[in-house]
Write a protein that binds this ligand. Structure first.
Ligand code: HEM
Length: 158
């Protein structure tokens, strides 16, 4: 519910990936010729007020109210993201581990808006502006024990 809500609100690839048609397509009486490049406006679909009440609001409980609600962040149809099931599980694991291990506190003033909060709103992939948050361990001894099982292979400089 949390992962799917985040993915609706923060559409990672707002125009999905470009696709080229392999045959003529007639839409609304207009012939769109073979070889046309199409973009799925995943952002507009995720923000469609015919589908969502108050689409500009982040409400994780939407999927409690409507578990079959559509979500367009992985694209659509035959060529939609081949890794969506893996990606959903990875995001779930990362979020659940972070929320379970840390109390995440505000540090910087963050612009959380899905467009104005982007480092570059024209980029194909939405990337947030850099910001800092404070991660306070919920139970330090349990965290140290869990992290002790991992080996640091590379130190990341800030
Ligand atoms: C949150 C993470 C991810 C997002 C938001 C995402 C999003 C997308 C989108 C929008 C497309 C284009 C779909 C379309 O044009 O209709 C795509 C294609 C694809 N994705 Fe992902 N993806 C994610 C993670 C992954 C992962 C983890 C894998 C592999 C393990 C993966 C593999 C692919 C592949 C192979 C395609 C091309 C599918 C095709 O052209 O038939 N993706 N993805």
């Amino acid at each position: 519910m949390l992962t799917v809500s985040l993915q609706r609100f923060y559409t990672v690839l707002r125009l999905a990936l470009p696709r080229v048609s392999i045959k003529d397509v007639t839409y609304d009486g207009v012939v769109i010729p073979k070889g046309t490049v199409y973009f799925l406006n995943a952002w507009a679909c995720n923000m469609d007020d015919a589908v969502w009440d108050y689409p500009n609001e982040f409400r994780a409980e939407r999927w409690l109210e409507n578990p079959d609600a559509p979500m367009f962040t992985y694209g659509l149809g035959y060529r939609m993201c081949a890794g969506s099931l893996v990606a959903n599980r990875e995001l779930y694991i990362v979020f659940i581990r972070l929320l379970n291990s840390f109390e995440i506190q505000k540090f910087d003033n963050v612009d959380c808006h899905p467009v104005s909060g982007c480092a570059d709103p024209t980029s194909l992939v939405s990337i947030p502006k850099r910001y800092k948050a404070r991660f306070v361990p919920r139970k330090l001894t349990a965290l140290q024990k869990a992290l002790g099982k991992f080996k640091v292979v590379e130190e990341v400089s800030s």
